[in-house]
Design a protein around this ligand. Sequence first.
Ligand code: NAP
Length: 288
Amino acid sequence: MKVGFIGLGIMGSAMAANLLKGGLQVTVWNRTAQSCQLLANSGASVADSPRAVAECSDVTIAMMANPEAVRSVRDGVDGIIAGLSRGKGFIDMSTVDVETALESARLTREKGALFLEAPVAGSRKPAEDATLTIMAAGDRELYDSSLSSLEKMGKKIIFLGAEGNASRMKLANNLVMSGMLTALCEGMALAAGSGLDSAQFLEVLDSGAIANPMFRLKGPQIAANTEFPPAFPLKHMQKDLRLALRLAEEIGQPLFATAMVNELYKSALADGLGDADFAAVSRVIRKP
Ligand code: NAP
């Protein structure tokens, strides 16, 4: 199968590399062209527009920063939709809102092609290790025909029915993640601020019912409070909170804690921490 891949950021570059390693023919495009080089060295072809990627691929995957970025590669004369035709597929793996997913599905089907939204859970390392969780929704036929390609990027792949459901699932998932991370930051600030040893605090957390891989990964980084190299950029987590709150508003669901967590992330953005890892939100919580 010929696969196109558009959006070679932290996640996309690792996911496209795994498709190549899995023996697929891959054509890539990225706004910043130099990000294509590493993949080209590993055997990927480089196209000169998203449209050109879609024209030469059976299935075109996008992994973009946010809904605006999806629209910028999807629409217009050089966009993905312009390169689609009957028999082709478009899979958007970016985390976006339901409206963007529905619009992508509609535009894709107008060209006679099939659509899946397939956002992922798991960060830089799971993307590199091909152990992502992939939440897919949309055209079942495309899910079935592209499952072997999705399996080259993820270990848990779940089909959720009609398009929109994968975005809903992903936003609910990240709401939990941001809340847990915030609780960890506050617990660590309280423990350290009251004279406790951070390593021992993490040891206690890790030995009980609230032990989890994220605390294990981010805890030492938060304790060190020096570098927060981006695995999941903070600006993307704030985008997910914004989209989750908007979804909650649409269905009339109050999200008391999440609304407050969003304010923390907005504050971190205002402090210039958008490109750091989302764990850098601890800088807003921790006393200097
Ligand atoms: P990233 O490193 O910031 O990469 C974003 C990609 O979007 C880059 O290819 C960037 O191109 C492109 N882009 C941004 N704005 C654009 C625009 N206006 N026009 C065209 N291209 C644009 O992001 P990431 O961490 O890979 O995340 C990608 C998606 O996966 C996001 O929706 C994120 O929420 C989601 N996600 C991320 C993680 C994670 O841990 N990182 C985990 C799960 C889900 P340039 O290279 O030119 O900037």
